[in-house]
Design a protein around this ligand. Structure first.
Ligand SMILES: *Cc1c(COP(=O)(O)O)cnc(C)c1O
Length: 377
C-alpha cells in the first residue's frame, strides 16, 4: 500500500476492536490475566498498550522499518536510545542540531561517560577521519534545526557502516512523508511527533523506528525498563494527526516555499535558508534525498538583533512561540529561544546568530501570512 493509505489504516483492524472504525483509547494501566500463569496479549501499559501499539505499527510502516516505538516526548525517545550505549562509548554528532539534543549530550550523558564529538557532516573528509576514532554511532539531523543545513544521509551511512557505527537520523523536520532515512541507509529514525506527525500543537510525543529487528528488541526492552513510552490518550491524538499528514505536508511545503521566495526579494532580508530555493548551497542534495521541504525554515535580517526584535513584536498572525509543525504559523529567534541552552560560541559555530529568525509556516491562507510579514517588516 502507498503512504496515504498506510497513514489512515496501518496498525488498526476494526474487527479486533468491536468494529470500532477509529482505534479506541485503552485508558487502563493494567490488563486481566486469562488464568493463573496465562496473561493476555497485554499485561501492563508501561510494557505495552493497544492504542500505543496502533501508533507504533503505523509509524514503523510509514518509515519502512521492522518496528516502531512511541515515547512521551521526543527527548524521551532520545534518552531511551542513548541508554543503549555504555560508559566509554562516543557518538559523532552533527554540529548544528536541535538545542535539546545539544543539552542532552553535553550536560546529561557526558557526565555518564557517553561522549559526543560534534563535527561538520557536510564535510565527508571530517566524517571519515572522525570515524577512525571508533564511535559507536553517527547522529544526523537533516535538515538541521534551525539553519537548514543538509547531510548526505546515504554517503554518511556508507562511511559509518564501513566502520561498524550505527546511523541515527532525526527526521522531525520532514516527517516520513518527505524523507525516509532508513531507505537512504540509516539504521534508526528519530522523531519528535510533537511536530509535523501530530501537527496540531496539542500533544508532546516522540518515536524511534528501527530497520533491524534485533535492535528493535533492545529498544522495546528499554522502553519498558525506563518507562518512557507514550500514554494511550497522547497516542490516540498523534494517530489522529498522522491520518492527515500527507495533505498537511503538501500544503506546509507550498506555503513555506512561496514565503521563502517572497522573503528572498525583500530588501530587509539578507539571507533565506530554505533547501527548496536554488540559492541554498545544497539544493541538489535536497532534490536527491527529499521529496519536499515541509514548513520550517529560517532567514536573516540586515538590521540585526534590533530588526529581529521589531519583527517578532509586530507579527499578528505568526505567533511568537517555540516549536514547529502545527497548523498555525509560529515565529521565533533561535538564539534566545529554542537554542538558548546552547553556549554562545557553539551558537556562533552553528550559525545561530542574533539576526536569525525561524518560522514554522502553518496552513493559513498564504496571502494573509505574507501580508502579516510585510506589515511587520
Ligand atoms: C522538538 C524536537 C526534538 C525534541 O522533541 P520534544 O517532543 O520537544 O521532546 C528533537 N529534535 C528535533 C529536531 C525537534 O524539533
Amino acid at each position: 500500500m502507498n503512504f496515504k493509505t498506510l497513514a489512515i489504516h496501518a496498525g488498526h483492524d476494526p474487527q479486533e476492536h468491536m468494529g470500532a472504525v477509529m482505534p479506541p483509547i485503552y485508558q487502563t494501566s493494567t490488563f486481566a490475566f486469562r488464568d493463573v500463569g496465562q496473561p493476555g496479549p497485554y499485561n501492563y501499559s508501561r510494557s505495552g498498550n493497544p492504542t500505543r501499539a496502533a501508533l507504533e505499527t503505523c509509524l514503523a510502516q510509514l518509515e519502512g522499518g521492522a518496528a516502531g516505538f512511541a515515547f512521551a516526548t521526543g527527548m524521551a525517545a532520545e534518552t531511551t536510545l542513548l541508554m543503549m550505549f555504555s560508559p566509554g562509548d562516543h557518538i559523532l554528532v552533527q554540529e548544528d542540531h536541535y538545542g535539546g539534543t545539544y543539552r542532552i549530550f553535553s550536560a546529561v550523558f557526558a557526565s555518564k561517560q557517553i561522549g559526543a564529538q560534534f563535527i561538520n557532516m557536510r564535510d565527508l573528509a571530517q566524517v571519515k577521519s572522525a570515524l577512525a576514532r571508533g564511535p559507536k554511532a553517527v547522529w544526523v539531523e537533516s535538515p538541521s534545526n534551525p539553519v537548514m543545513n543538509l547531510v548526505d544521509i546515504h554517503a554518511v551511512s556508507e562511511l559509518a557502516h564501513q566502520h561498524g557505527a550505527l546511523v541515527v537520523c532525526d527526521n522531525t523536520f520532514l516527517s516520513p512523508y518527505f524523507q525516509n532515512p532508513l531507505e537512504l541507509g540509516a539504521d534508526i529514525v528519530l522523531h519528535s511527533t510533537t511536530k509535523y506527525i501530530n501537527g496540531h500543537s496539542d500533544v508532546l510525543g516522540g518515536a524511534l523506528i528501527l530497520k533491524d529487528a534485533a535492535l528493535a528488541d533492545k529498544i522495546k526492552y528499554l522502553q519498558n525498563a525506563l518507562g518512557t513510552g507514550a500514554g494511550p490518550n497522547d497516542s490516540f491524538l498523534i494517530l489522529r494527526g498522522v491520518k492527515t499528514l500527507a495533505v498537511r505536508m503538501e500544503e506546509h511545503h507550498r506555503n513555506a516555499l512561496e514565503i521563502a521566495r517572497w522573503l528572498e526579494k525583500h530588501p530587509a532580508v539578507s539571507q533565506v535558508r530554505h533547501p527548496g530555493l536554488e540559492s541554498h548551497p545544497q539544493h541538489e542534495l535536497a532534490k536527491r534525498q527529499m521529496r519536499g521541504c515541509g514548513g520550517t525554515f529560517s532567514f536573516r535580517l540586515r538590521g540585526g538583533e534590533a530588526a529581529v526584535k521589531r519583527l517578532l513584536g509586530r507579527c499578528r498572525i505568526f505567533t511568537l512561540a517555540e516549536s514547529l509543525g502545527g497548523v498555525e504559523s509560529l515565529i521565533e529567534q533561535p538564539c534566545t529561544m529554542t537554542h538558548a541552552s546552547v553556549p554562545c560560541e557553539v551558537q556562533e559555530r552553528m550559525g545561530v546568530t542574533p539576526d536569525l529568525v525561524r518560522i514554522s509556516v502553518g496552513l493559513e491562507d498564504v496571502r494573509d501570512l505574507i501580508a502579516d510579514l510585510e506589515q511587520a517588516l
